[in-house]
Design a protein around this ligand. Structure first.
Ligand SMILES: *Cc1c(COP(=O)(O)O)cnc(C)c1O
Length: 370
């Protein structure tokens, strides 16, 4: 029995009729770029996040970039974020003209360590982008407090945290803006590319709306230099269908994580993820840590069990960011994560039998090597 890292097909099969009907409606109304199906999704997604506004854009990278641009960040500004994230977080900072400044992460949550933020703040710092990595929110109270003290914006990278909660508040709703990706493999995934920014700030929402549509206030009247970062109508319609299932899918992921935690509890060589008391973790990724990570992945692959690594090289050590001048040892916790983490198969439809097989494979491997 194969255990894939992710299986999008089994979910599609379960909602096929709703999805196909939604796509057909968009085609019949020819509402392909932006339009009513995007607006309908925006309304529902804002409500889901507990914010006043949601603005649909082309993808999660667009969402981060548009939020930074709309807040006027660029030039010589600096933006603080964590180095163990997907490249897009840093790229958005670079492409608004600002400089990414990294801060190491907490060893238990893998999220930015609030105790280390203040020493990275300079007179040029304009914003902090906490990444809610793997679906567990960063320690937002501590981060918001530091931001208030230094007059910084907080933009949440909630691209892995659709529906995650921090002290009962939804990810994306706590900073000035929350940025989401609906890349197909995310907890709420489109059938193509899509993203959104959520906010309670009317002016910011208005600016991002304008920015995503060439800075137009009305057709062919451009009040700012913008971009084409619109969401597809078909993606809007598909996301509206899938949003209705998201709570149930997130609950299934949480159940799967619980079973993994139980089955791996007595495996000394494996560190399972820790859910903080303040958090509702939605396990976009279920990552464990172990010393001989690469050998474990190969051994499992030989048994047709497929894992991932998120992420093998932290951003500060990527060739693309060599010019920032960081080196090996700059962020020891992030580097340790990159060396030791394995992402086990995780999706809502993963069965208990499959989870048992993964854990059995891990135990067999440990028995012969340790
Ligand atoms: C997926 C992701 C992004 C980028 O989203 P895209 O839709 O792929 O552009 C940004 N940040 C994080 C943490 C992500 O996981």
């Amino acid at each position: 029995m194969k255990v894939p890292f992710l299986d999008l097909k089994v979910q599609y099969e379960s909602i096929k009729h709703e999805i196909n009907f939604a796509i057909q409606k968009v085609c019949e109304n020819c509402a392909f770029a932006g339009g009513p199906y995007v607006a309908e999704f925006e309304k529902a997604f804002a409500e889901f996040c507990g914010t006043k506004y949601a603005v649909g854009v082309g993808n999660g990278t667009d969402a981060l970039w548009a939020a930074l641009i709309a807040l006027g960040i660029g030039g010589d500004d600096e933006v603080i974020t964590s180095p163990n994230t997907f490249m897009a977080t840093a790229e958005a900072i670079t492409f608004c003209g600002a400089k990414p400044v990294f801060v190491d992460v907490d060893e238990q949550t893998y999220n930015i360590d609030p105790n280390l933020i203040e020493s990275a703040v300079t007179p040029r710092t304009k914003a902090i982008i906490p990444v809610h990595l793997y679906g567990q929110p960063a320690d937002m109270d501590a981060i918001m407090e530091i931001a208030a003290r230094h007059n910084l914006y907080v933009i949440e990278d909630a691209c892995q945290a659709h529906g995650a909660e921090y002290k009962g508040r939804r990810a994306g709703s706590m900073g000035i803006a929350g940025c989401f990706s609906f890349y197909p493999g995310k907890n709420l995934g489109a059938y193509g590319e899509a993203g959104a920014v959520v906010t309670n700030n009317a002016e910011l929402a208005g600016k991002i709306r304008m920015f995503r549509d060439h800075g137009q206030q009305k057709k062919y009247y451009h009040s700012m230099v913008g971009w084409n970062a619109r969401m597809d109508g078909i993606q809007g319609a598909i996301l509206s269908v899938k949003l209705k299932h998201l709570n149930e899918w997130n609950q299934a992921r949480r159940r799967n994580a619980k079973l993994y935690n139980e089955l791996l509890a007595n495996v000394d060589e494996i560190t399972t993820p820790l859910e903080k008391d303040y958090a509702a973790h939605i396990y976009h990724i279920y990552a464990v840590r172990t010393r001989n990570r690469d050998a474990l992945i190969s051994a499992l692959a030989a048994e047709d069990i497929h894992c991932g690594i998120h992420y093998p090289i932290p951003i500060h050590l990527q060739e693309a960011y060599r010019f920032l001048g960081y080196k090996q040892g700059s962020f020891p916790v992030a580097e340790k994560c990159a060396a030791e983490q394995v992402s086990l198969p995780m999706f809502p439809e993963l069965t208990a039998g499959q989870i048992r097989r993964v854990c059995g494979g891990i135990k067999n491997y440990m028995a012969v090597t340790v």
